[in-house]
Design a protein around this ligand. Structure first.
Ligand code: EPZ
Length: 440
């Protein structure tokens, strides 16, 4: 089924234990990085999500061999052999389905000094430029595409050779940080990235590159140093870190349903920005080495608060929609300040259909607390918006339908099974057709 919906009958507290999968935003950069290996590698704890399926197909389209197998714990393992890569062009339709395909620019420039790529796709939050990527590649000696003129959507670059440079990112960018690390891994000389992004997935990509044989230091800080090497032998096994955003989504789903859920296979410190806000609101978050438990004291009132999104270790923008749902079900007035993306409130009209009381002023959302959401027919406008609507539907009394649910499956492995295991009444159904002809 291409277009399908989630049918959710809410009002039941989520209870029990759930395991988090590997990080979407780490594995997509790591898959691109693996295309630079002069040998093979094995990737473990790969999330079984559609963005990974798309990225694997793109890698296979340029000649890589990727075999998928299931580990005893049910997680996906990939055997990757990029030695058959026979082109520097990735211009197939799949490239425009996801944003992360642009990591192949850095990977192919690093591998063969050339890259030609169709403009990437991804969630629509308004402007999603790639000028920082192209300016950085130009500083490293790449010529061709100019961010001011993207030549009908195909980005072609060549560098002979790619040289290390000092790259100052005037905006903290996850994608540009990863793309420069990829290109710099095999560039001649040293590259320094100043004002680098510090997200957990940046560190994971850097650790993977070092396992490949790269020489990267400082990932996780705002200055990353990369000394280029002539080859990346590979021949190793690597396990993807747990998904910070999936973890936060289950924390919020547990909270808004008044449940008691323990979330396993995580790195609790990655959740600090959300955990501290939820504790401030009145929720109880207990932490272990690789798990945390979310519940609340039935006598405790939950109060709203103010949240501002920012690059890590600030509050993750990818938890902004889900957190607005949490703030809707709290006392008083709350404020969300979306400071990373120019237009990431497109889900608000859908939430309003469920009874939310939210006013948008530019990048601010003013949220007035309500007692309950009403069940409704809504549409997932993008991946995290869809996740937010799932949380709202789980909290609402009655049956909701969420159209375009395939957008949610882009980034959440087995979300229906995982929620069912926590007691949720959720199933996949045909699209309600309620939003016919809406833009895809
Ligand atoms: C990554 O997108 C994530 N996607 C996004 O997650 C996430 O929202 C974002 O980082 C911020 O954390 C993947 O990792 C696949 P950016 P990316 O470059 O790399 C501006 C999800 O839900 N910018 O850090 O595209 C940009 O407009 C997705 O999993 C430029 O101006 O984000 C934005 O305002 C959604 N020029 C800011 O920087 C550029 O060349 C941060 O963007 C690049 C970015």
């Amino acid at each position: 089924m291409d277009s399908y919906s989630f049918k959710i009958t809410g009002g039941k507290p989520l209870k029990g234990h759930v395991n988090v999968s590997g990080s979407k935003n780490a594995v997509l950069g790591i898959l691109a990085a693996s295309m630079m290996i002069d040998g093979t590698c094995t990737l473990e704890n790969v999330p079984d999500i559609s963005d990974v399926h798309v990225m694997v197909k793109i890698c296979e389209s340029i000649g890589a061999k990727i075999e998928t197998s299931l580990s005893p714990d049910g997680s996906v393992t990939l055997q990757i052999d990029p030695r058959g890569i026979n082109t520097y062009e990735a211009t197939g339709a799949g490239v425009s389905k996801i944003r992360a395909s642009y990591y192949l620019l850095g990977a192919l420039l690093g591998r063969c000094g050339k890259a030609s790529l169709r403009m990437p796709g991804g969630c629509d939050f308004g402007q999603r430029p790639i000028d920082l990527h192209l300016k950085a590649f130009r500083q490293m000696g790449a010529r061709g595409a100019d961010y001011r003129n993207l030549n009908g959507g195909i980005i072609s670059l060549h560098a002979d050779p790619l040289r290390g440079a000092k790259i100052f990112l005037d905006i903290v960018s996850v994608g540009a940080t990863i793309n420069v690390m990829l290109a710099a891994a095999k560039a001649q000389g040293k590259t320094t990235i100043v004002n680098a992004a510090k997200e957990p997935h940046i560190v994971d990509v850097a650790n993977f590159l070092n396992a490949m044989g790269a020489r990267i230091k400082g990932a996780g800080t705002d200055t990353i140093n990369i000394v280029g090497v002539p080859s990346l032998p590979g021949n190793f096994t690597y396990s993807i870190i747990p998904d910070q955003i999936e973890t936060g989504t289950y924390m919020i789903a547990a909270a808004v349903t008044g449940g008691d859920v323990t979330i396993h296979n995580i790195i609790p410190t990655h959740m600090d920005p959300l955990s501290s806000k939820m504790r401030e609101m009145g929720y109880i978050i207990e932490e272990g080495d690789d798990f945390l438990r979310v519940y609340k004291d039935p006598e405790e009132e939950i109060w709203g608060t103010n949240v501002k999104t920012a690059p890590y270790p600030g509050f993750p923008t990818d938890l902004q929609p889900q957190t607005v749902v949490l703030l809707c079900l709290s006392q008083g007035q709350s404020k969300m300040d979306e400071d990373v993306w120019e237009n990431r409130y497109q889900y608000v009209p859908e939430l309003s259909r469920m009874g939310a009381n939210i006013s948008i002023f530019g990048h601010f959302a003013l949220i007035n607390g309500i007692d309950k959401f009403n069940a409704a027919q809504v549409r997932a406008t993008d991946l995290r918006a869809g996740a937010a609507l799932v949380c709202a539907a789980l909290a609402a009394d009655g049956t909701s339908y969420i159209d375009e649910a395939r957008r949610i499956d882009r980034g959440y492995e087995k979300i229906v099974d995982k929620l069912k295991s926590l007691g949720a009444d959720i199933e996949v159904t045909e699209s309600t057709g309620y939003f016919v002809d809406k833009e895809a």
